[in-house]
Design a binder for this molecule. Structure first.
Ligand SMILES: *[C@@H]1O[C@H](CO)[C@@H](O)[C@H](O)[C@H]1NC(C)=O
Ligand SMILES: *[C@@H]1O[C@H](CO)[C@@H](O)[C@H](O)[C@H]1NC(C)=O
Ligand SMILES: *[C@@H]1O[C@H](CO)[C@@H](O)[C@H](O)[C@H]1NC(C)=O
Ligand SMILES: *[C@@H]1O[C@H](CO)[C@@H](O)[C@H](O)[C@H]1NC(C)=O
Ligand SMILES: *[C@@H]1O[C@H](CO)[C@@H](O)[C@H](O)[C@H]1NC(C)=O
Ligand SMILES: [Zn+2]
Length: 499
């Protein structure tokens, strides 16, 4: 844990130095990023998760009793969200939002306009201390793009350029293709790759295991002299749907254009390649990296009545990719996070500590908004009692996944027992699906992410399919209820969450 903490601090400070190098080309390359931080590491909790999974919680009786006394309050919150005044409200407000603004990529007017809209909404809901805090974010612009199989026959291929990719020359790139399934296979081809387009048809194992091809495919191919890469989308399911996402370049390695192709096309190209077909591909991309621009994290509170300086955070990210509507990633997480506070406000529930809803900006480009927020509050991390994020779907809620001390984990487990009316009592560790709040959990602040029935999350993730149709009103109500009730109880307990 120690070395992880030091490493993440180094990454944070290095990243901030990068941010400050505004305007510098590719200032964000090498940034602490989603690839490395989302779902990829099991931090700081191995002994903890063992002890918790063996159910070795010995909370003092008074604390167990104190938690059980929240039962009627929790039931009231759940009832109001699922059957009462807030029924279908999260879905309705999210639908209005994503239909009004559409996709919200960092650096876009859509995102900034949607932030203004949320600031208004939070104020209308009479949240307190409503404001934004600045973050300098990358501005990558897709532009037009197209791709054709030219030989052995003509076919237009669906692609999505990857975030941070450069474009092609104005006349496009026409080159022969090689197809590989892994970096090992690529290296075996060696010089054969020179002047070619490398197609990666890596099998999908899991997002965390497979995403390295999207993240680093262009670097590895360029090292061998490739002129572009086409990368099988990181998804288990496809109806010819490409999925975008952030990718990296490396200093002193030639930057080449890179785009996602669908599973079907990757497999087709591989069969052709194995059959000995001479594959010629035309790729055209106008993608550009423009200088970074200012964006904002959006914040609203319910101020604590006893310890206003202590904070429990519920959060999701407001930005999305530039395709689909970002309804699932992460409209749902952002909207349960402000509706949870709006609901508590309407119910007149004000906890001892401050409850804070944070809607992060520029998560997709490498947790940029969260890094800026954490940096700006780095001298005050003691104020953060508990942090929560939902960024892996808002399907049927199952419970929470957690990182932090075993004592805090045991308290959370006890609180989750109150979520019985939602059937959302599951506890898992380590935390999975709270990329932005890992800045906090990495320094020992206890945190949790939403556990939900998200088996189909990666079907839609970063694709044109991420639209409101994916979201279900009842599931969203239940997620809002779980979010509001668990955050409220933590924020109102007589003791701080132990570190
Ligand atoms: C993370 O934890 C899971 C389950 O505890 C385990 O299957 C996986 O191998 C671990 N990953 C790493 C990188 O340690
Ligand atoms: C649940 O909410 C409904 C609608 O607001 C209300 O009529 C009912 O009394 C509530 N039930 C409980 C147990 O709070
Ligand atoms: C890149 O090349 C320059 C000039 O040769 C060198 O000074 C620098 O250390 C290299 N950077 C990396 C990361 O290798
Ligand atoms: C935070 O603390 C560091 C060292 O402890 C100090 O150099 C810095 O000025 C402080 N920053 C703020 C914003 O208080
Ligand atoms: C919880 O599960 C039980 C049994 O499967 C079911 O009857 C009940 O409707 C579920 N409650 C909710 C809120 O989904
Ligand atoms: Zn997300």
């Amino acid at each position: 844990m120690g070395s992880n903490v030091i490493l993440s601090l180094i990454i944070i400070y290095f990243s901030v130095a990068n941010i400050e190098a505004a305007g510098k080309k590719n200032a964000f390359v090498g940034f602490a990023n989603k690839l490395d931080s989302k779902k990829t590491f099991n931090r700081s909790t191995s002994s903890l998760s063992n002890s918790i999974s063996r159910d070795e919680c010995n909370l003092p009786d008074e604390l167990t009793e104190e938690i059980s006394r929240y039962k009627p309050i929790v039931e009231g919150i759940i009832n109001a969200s699922v059957n009462g005044i807030f029924k279908k409200r999260t879905w309705r407000t999210l639908a209005r939002f994503v239909d009004k603004f559409g996709s919200r990529i960092a650096g876009s007017d859509n995102l900034e306009n949607s932030i203004d809209y949320m600031v208004d909404l939070l104020k209308k809901n009479q949240l307190e201390n409503v404001h934004t805090e600045p973050a300098l974010v990358p501005k990558w612009v897709r532009g037009r793009e197209s791709c054709w199989l030219v030989s052995p026959r003509l076919e237009k291929l669906s692609i999505l350029g990857l975030g941070s990719s450069i474009g092609t020359p104005a006349k496009g790139i026409t080159a022969h293709a090689v197809v590989v399934e892994s970096f090992e296979e690529l290296k075996k081809l060696g010089k054969v790759v020179e002047g070619k387009i490398v197609v990666f048809n890596e099998p999908f194992i899991s997002y965390e295991k497979t995403v390295k091809y999207r993240g680093y495919g262009a670097i590895e191919a360029a090292k061998l002299g490739a002129v572009a890469t086409l990368i099988r989308s990181v998804t288990p399911f496809s109806i010819d749907s490409p999925h975008t996402g952030w990718q990296h370049y490396q200093e002193n390695v030639t930057q080449i254009p890179t785009a996602a192709i669908s599973i079907e096309i990757a497999e087709t190209l591989q069969r052709m390649y194995q059959a000995g077909d001479d594959i010629l591909i035309y790729l055209y991309m106008e993608a550009r990296n423009l200088p970074p621009v200012m964006s904002r994290n959006t914040i609203g509170d319910i101020t604590g009545h006893q310890h206003p300086e202590k904070v429990v955070v519920v959060s999701g990210h407001l930005d999305s990719w530039d395709v689909g509507q970002g309804a699932m990633d992460d409209g749902g997480g952002a909207f349960i996070s402000w509706n949870a506070l709006a609901l508590l406000k309407v119910l007149g529930l004000r906890p001892r500590r401050t409850l804070r809803s944070i809607l992060w900006t520029a998560e997709e480009e490498g947790l940029v908004g969260a890094a800026a927020y954490f940096h700006d509050h780095r001298n005050n991390t003691a104020a953060f009692d508990f942090v929560m994020e939902s960024d892996e779907g808002t399907f049927q809620p199952l419970g929470l996944s957690f990182s932090g001390s075993s004592e805090a984990g045991c308290i959370l487990k006890e609180i989750l027992k109150l979520m019985h009316p939602l059937n959302a009592t599951q506890f898992a560790s380590p935390m999975d699906g709270g990329p932005d709040i890992e800045f906090f959990t990495n320094v020992g602040i206890p945190g949790a992410a939403l556990l939900n029935a998200n088996e189909r999350y990666f079907w839609y993730h970063h694709s044109n399919g991420d639209r409101m149709t994916v979201e279900d009103p009842t599931n969203l109500d239940m997620c809002t209820a779980l979010w509001a009730a668990s955050a409220f109880v933590v924020a109102d307990l007589s003791i701080d969450m132990p570190r």
